[in-house]
Design a protein around this ligand. Structure first.
Ligand code: NAD
Ligand code: DAU
Length: 353
């Protein structure tokens, strides 16, 4: 079996669902259930004996040690993190706590577990760290896309905390020989994305008749990848990645934010037209820019393609259509996230955090 951390969040939950469908191999899912963790996202796994959910913190060494000893996973995949840049600007402390200290604690527990394994299990063991392209900083318009050797230049508290965690993972390999793999992925989108991030926020605000807040001039560029393609890349890196290596993950889909917002509006115009016949694009409102806003990210994913034969299955056109349709088909999920009702079950089950 494998141990996944952060598997009730956007990418982690998509990963767990896809993993079980693709491999059938059992998963222990350790998640603290912060505001970003949503067990309703995992409802399709209710009663599935291959999925064991444990509420807890990656920084809780006693808990992590116990889970490792009890379940003897062949791999640990670390998705757990504070992930929202705007939140990191307003309150960086949680980001340092989870992304830096949490990853450190996890590495230490995993190192102890790995060192005690019999030879064959020790040789097969993997620690895969899920990271971001934001650690590389910002590109100017004509710059080549980020390769794995691009200098680390994080600009936000979030990206600095992820950069720190990447460095810890690297050091645990070089110093202790821990068999690590790191993936640095571009912006994900798809089902179960928390509506604080650009694409789901635009969809839910548009449908609610609210303004669509575009930061600054809306010409910041992000490189978008459908979440299930990120999941398949992680499976492939886990399966065949070279130890100690990092792999950039991306789909060659650079787009300015305003183009993303207009695309979402056009799809909604087609699939759920406004009652007054006007375009949702009328709701676009330019607002004050994010402090320290990175201008452009772009991922060069050729190493992953060349060495491991991975390519994304979705184009941006197919992925964004599926995503908009998913939000239209799942108003209950959105409603319970927005009202906070998704926390009720957690509070009943575990007590308020
Ligand atoms: P998310 O915020 O949706 O989910 C994070 C999950 O981690 C939540 O379920 C939360 O409860 C859990 N968590 C937080 N602190 C924890 C702790 N101390 N112990 C255990 N669990 C904890 O984030 P996401 O968008 O799914 O991102 C997952 C990972 O992928 C993160 O490491 C992020 O840096 C990375 N990443 C995200 C993107 C993206 O576009 N969303 C792109 C590249 C990389
Ligand atoms: O690049 C990978 C990263 O992508 C991940 O590591 C992060 O966890 C993830 O949150 C994401 O970071 P971004 O800051 O790029 O994502 P966000 O959805 O917050 O913003 C995308 C772009 O849209 C960014 O340029 C800011 C802009 N934006 C965002 C919001 C929420 C707006 O213009 N308006 C908004 O309301």
């Amino acid at each position: 079996m494998i141990l996944v951390t952060g598997g009730a969040g956007f990418i982690g939950a998509n990963f767990v669902i896809d993993w079980l469908a693709a491999t059938g191999e059992p998963v222990v899912n350790l998640d603290k259930l912060t505001y970003a963790g949503n067990l309703e996202t995992l409802a399709c796994l209710d009663g599935d004996a291959r999925h064991l959910f444990v509420r807890g913190d990656i920084g809780d060494a006693a808990l992590v040690d116990r889970l490792l000893a009890e379940h003897r996973p062949r791999a640990v995949l670390n998705f757990a993190a504070e992930s929202h840049v705007d939140r990191s600007i307003h309150g960086p402390s949680d980001f340092i706590q989870t992304n830096v200290l949490g990853t450190f604690n996890l590495l230490e527990s995993v190192r102890g577990h790995w060192a005690r394994l019999p030879d064959a299990e020790r040789a097969a063991f993997r620690f895969l760290h899920v990271s971001t392209d934001e650690v590389y900083g910002s590109l100017a318009p004509g710059d080549p896309a980020f390769t794995e050797t691009h200098r680390y230049e994080p600009n936000s508290p979030y990206s600095a905390s992820k950069a720190a965690s990447d460095h810890l993972v690297r050091a645990w390999h070089h110093t202790y020989g821990l068999p690590v793999l790191t993936t640095n992925c571009s912006n994900n989108y798809g089902p179960f994305h928390f509506p604080e991030k650009l694409i789901p926020l635009m969809i839910v605000n548009a449908l609610a008749g609210k303004p669509l807040p575009v930061y600054g001039d809306g010409m910041q560029v992000r490189d978008w990848l459908y979440v299930k393609d990120h999941c398949s890349a992680i499976r492939r890196v886990l399966e065949a990645g070279r130890l100690g290596e990092t792999y950039n993950v991306g789909g060659w889909n650079e787009k300015p934010n305003i183009e993303i917002v207009r695309t979402v509006c056009a799809l909604l115009d087609e699939l759920r037209p406004r009652a007054d016949g006007a375009s949702y694009a009328q709701q676009v409102t330019y607002v004050k820019d994010r402090p320290g806003h990175d201008r452009r990210y772009a991922i060069d994913a050729r190493k992953l393609e060349r060495e491991l034969g991975w390519t994304p299955a979705e184009t941006f056109d197919t992925g964004i259509r599926k995503t908009v349709q998913w939000y239209l088909d799942n108003p209950g999920w959105i409603e319970r996230v927005q009202s906070g009702a998704y926390r009720d079950w957690v509070n009943r089950q575990y007590g308020a955090a």
